[in-house]
Design a protein. Sequence first.
Length: 316
Amino acid sequence: MEKAEFVRLLTIGSGTRGSQIADALAKNSVKVNRVKLFKCYAVANDIETLKSLKGIPEGDRFHIAVPRAGADVGGIVNSIMEKPEIHEGCLIVATLDEDFSYFLGMELAEKVREAIEDPIIGLTTLTIGGEVAEIRRRIKEFRKAVDVLILFQEGEGVEEKIVKSMNLISLVGEVDVKKGRTGEVVVDTSDVFNSMMKPGISAVGCASRKLPHPIIKKLFMRKEYQIKGVRSQRMVDLLREAHENLSIGIDEESARSALFVFSGDPEEITMDGIFACISLLESLSPEIEVRYGDYPCGGRNLSVALLYSGVTRLKF
């Protein structure tokens, strides 16, 4: 039987907010060959929060009273690692707004690093406002604890944005064996991690557009679709929208790398469009290193995720 290499992230939510976001990933994780690409756990000091989770099984929820109890945190990590699961990296989800989540997230990263050699990704939310110097200090300290740090500004719909962005990025290089689908541009896991593991932080944006029904396109939009460049322009417009909808404000000229991933009807994803998207990113930051990929799938949505990494200048 043909096998596919799954890009799965061991995902641990830290504190109340981190657990809530990990739970959203657990409920809405993308699947390839019926396998979820995010295996999620929750560690929090609030029992009511743990009881309220819907996507993470009860046996994968852990209560801890204080964040810096090294022995307790180590025991939780050991319990997680004892489970026979395949993963190619670890995602620590936390918020910089809560002391407990912040300190526990760094402690979890330290204990996970002792157990595995895979890359450790930090995903943290933050609220812009208050003491900016303290926010920047926490960003710097959390970044030291992980190999990659993705920032999301708190706000309406942030959980949905996190789920959509991470699902799209995790599909890079995947092969759906049952449906016989693979991307035109195959980017493997190492390409993704190499793009992300740069000095600095990462920011991600996504955009999606619902396309006309195939019958509508065939009967009423044939002339439009015969015009060369229509599909390519749509891809560029979507990438521009993702760029304008980043998870945190950045100076893109300070980014060292960018990765974009398109997902949707393979007939709507063209190499001309990909090259045009590369040109767009290079016009925004001439020295940037660009990687790209696609994941063909059914449905009428064409989506893109854009990940900037190695960012050294934030806009707040």
